[in-house]
Structures are given as structure tokens and as C-alpha cells.
Ligand binder design. Structure first.
Ligand SMILES: [Zn+2]
Length: 269
């Protein structure tokens, strides 16, 4: 028995040990399972959140795409109506509003109209439908705000492929010169049009170092729903440029360049 006892004791111990570790093992496993279950719940929630995020992102993307499509179809509505591409030409200022007055006494409103009329002639030769915002020396509203509102509403109503507003610039430093085209900050179409018009204007005066400029404060650029650019043909505060801008020859050169840019933009559509 003496020899059996240790064996029995050992077996009992072993049994107890095994039994205890077995229970411990089982408890540990249960804990792991519970933990895994919890983790699965959490992982599931995380997965749902990721899926929701992806769905929201996709919906937003789709919405943006749809908005672009609607705007595009509105932009081309005029084209569908007439079978021609349409451009709205806006001669800045007019009537009691002279715009900038040149160092040589030139009035911006007059130069704007002369250049716009020449652009119209050149565009119509290319079978482009042109809508002039004004054709004579007149203001288009009782106040400056009303005048601008009228211009914007005409552009939005006619829905041209492009709206071009002609202006002349001025600066307190006389040496500043050069044509410059402005577009609305977030308008990629406006930017495209501005780039090709600026490039064409660069050929008229290779010394011009001005580049296209994004803007988000000009009323006309902010409120139009069609691609719109403002072409500042030159500085009336610079004597040499002001003198050029009043000459018919130079006005024609500027008009040709702007037309070339417009045609290039329309072709790229
Ligand atoms: Zn102006």
C-alpha cells in the first residue's frame, strides 16, 4: 500500500490539477469567446459605420455629378434652342456711369462698347449667336446695383455657352499695364475660357506679364450661372496703353484676340 499510496496520491493530485486547469481553461476559453463576441459586435458596428460613411460619400459624389450635369444641360439650353453656340457680350458701364476715365480723358464705357461691337462682328462671321447686353451709351438700371442685376439676369436667362464682359482697368501707379482676364474662383469653365483669351491677348502685347486671375468678389462673376469672364483690355491709367486703347486699330487687335480666345473655348466644348 505504501508503494500504492504515492501513486494514488499522485493520481489524485494529477486528477485535481487536471481538473482545476481544465476548469480554468474552460473559463478562460469562455472569456475569450465572450471577448470575441463583444469584439465581433464592436467590429460589426465599426463595419456598419464605415459602410454608412462610404454610402454618404458616394451619394455626395453622385449629387455633385448630377448638379454638374444639370448645370451643363442648362448651359447648353440656348444652343439647343438656336442650333448655334451663343455668347453674351457685355460692355461694362454706360450712360451716367462712365467707368474709368483715362489719363488721356478716354471714357471706359465708350472703349468697352467699341471693342464689344467689333467682337460681335467677328463672332457673327463665324456663325456664333451674339447677344449684346447694351448697344448704345445707356445705363441699364436706376442704380449701379440694378444695372448689374440686369446684366446678370440677362446672362442667366439667355444661358449662353459663355458670357464675356469687356472693361478697361486703372491703377494708382502709372507704369502698370497689360490686359488681364478674370474668372470666378470655383468655375473651371470660366478658368478655361479666361486662359485661352489671356493667351490670345498676350500675342497682341508680348510685353504683358499679366496672368489670368481668380476672383470671388465681383458681383457679375459671383451671380452668373454660366461660364463668365471679365476682360480688362488694358490700363487707362497708363498713358501709352490709354493712347493705344482709343485707337481703332488697337481696339480691333484686342477684339480679334478676344474673339480668337472665345472661338477656341467654344471649340474645346
Ligand atoms: Zn469697368
Amino acid at each position: 500500500m505504501g508503494s500504492d499510496s504515492p501513486i494514488f496520491e499522485l493520481n489524485k493530485d494529477d486528477f485535481e490539477k487536471i481538473s482545476f486547469s481544465d476548469i480554468y481553461y474552460n473559463i478562460s476559453l469562455r472569456r475569450i469567446f465572450i471577448l470575441l463576441k463583444k469584439m465581433r459586435k464592436k467590429a460589426g458596428a465599426l463595419l456598419v459605420m464605415i459602410c454608412l460613411g462610404v454610402i454618404i460619400l458616394l451619394c455626395w459624389e453622385a449629387g455633385e455629378h448630377l448638379k454638374d450635369k444639370i448645370l451643363r444641360s442648362l448651359e447648353t439650353a440656348a444652343e439647343a434652342r438656336t442650333g448655334k453656340q451663343t455668347v453674351v457680350l457685355d460692355s461694362g458701364h454706360g450712360g451716367s456711369d462712365s467707368g474709368k476715365v483715362g489719363i488721356n480723358g478716354a471714357k471706359e464705357k465708350e472703349i468697352n462698347l467699341l471693342i464689344a461691337k467689333e467682337i460681335r462682328r467677328l463672332l457673327e462671321k463665324e456663325k456664333i449667336e451674339v447677344i449684346m447686353v447694351r448697344e448704345k451709351d445707356e445705363e441699364l438700371g436706376k442704380s449701379k446695383v440694378e444695372d448689374l442685376k440686369y446684366r446678370v439676369s440677362l446672362m442667366n436667362e439667355k444661358k449662353p455657352s459663355l458670357a464675356v464682359s469687356i472693361h478697361q482697368n486703372s491703377y494708382h501707379e502709372e507704369n502698370v499695364f497689360g490686359a488681364q482676364v478674370f474668372y470666378y474662383k470655383t468655375s473651371t469653365e470660366g478658368e478655361k475660357a479666361a486662359a485661352v483669351i489671356q493667351e490670345a491677348l498676350q500675342e497682341v502685347n508680348p510685353e504683358n506679364t499679366k496672368k489670368i486671375k481668380a476672383n470671388d468678389t465681383y458681383y457679375l462673376l459671383k451671380k452668373t450661372e454660366v461660364p463668365t469672364v471679365i476682360v480688362e483690355c488694358g490700363f487707362l491709367s497708363n498713358y501709352a496703353e490709354a493712347e493705344k486703347l482709343v485707337s481703332e486699330d488697337y481696339q480691333k487687335k484686342v477684339a480679334e484676340a478676344v474673339t480668337k480666345g472665345i472661338l477656341q473655348y467654344l471649340k474645346d466644348q
